[in-house]
Write a protein that binds this ligand. Structure first.
Ligand SMILES: [Zn+2]
Length: 92
C-alpha cells in the first residue's frame, strides 16, 4: 500500500512488529496502531503540539481547498423565493 501522492507518511516512522505496523509521529512520538493517511493528517493538523506550523499549513491548505462550499447564502435566497411564492398564491 504505497501512495506517493500522500507524503504525510514522511512525517511518521513506520515501526514493524510481527505482522502489524505502527506509525510513529516524528515530532511528538505519538503512535498509531493502525496507520491511516486521513487520521495521520488529522493528527498533524489538530493534535500534534510539536509539529512546525509551516508543515501544518502545507497539509491544511490541501484539506481546506476541497471541503469548503457556500451553503448559507443559497439557503437564504431559497427562503426569499419561497416567501414570495406564498404571497403570490394568497392573492385572488
Ligand atoms: Zn505528533
Amino acid at each position: 500500500m504505497v501512495r506517493p501522492s500522500s507524503d504525510i507518511w514522511q512525517l511518521f516512522d513506520i515501526e514493524k512488529t510481527d505482522k502489524k505496523s505502527k506509525a510513529v509521529c516524528k515530532f511528538c512520538c505519538f503512535k498509531y496502531a493502525f496507520p491511516n493517511a486521513t487520521r495521520m493528517t488529522n493528527h498533524i493538523l489538530n493534535q500534534c503540539s510539536k509539529c512546525p506550523l509551516e508543515i501544518k499549513q502545507t497539509y491544511g491548505n490541501e484539506i481546506q481547498s476541497s471541503s469548503k462550499s457556500s451553503t448559507s447564502e443559497e439557503k437564504e435566497s431559497n427562503k426569499d423565493i419561497l416567501l414570495e411564492a406564498l404571497e403570490d398564491t394568497s392573492l385572488p
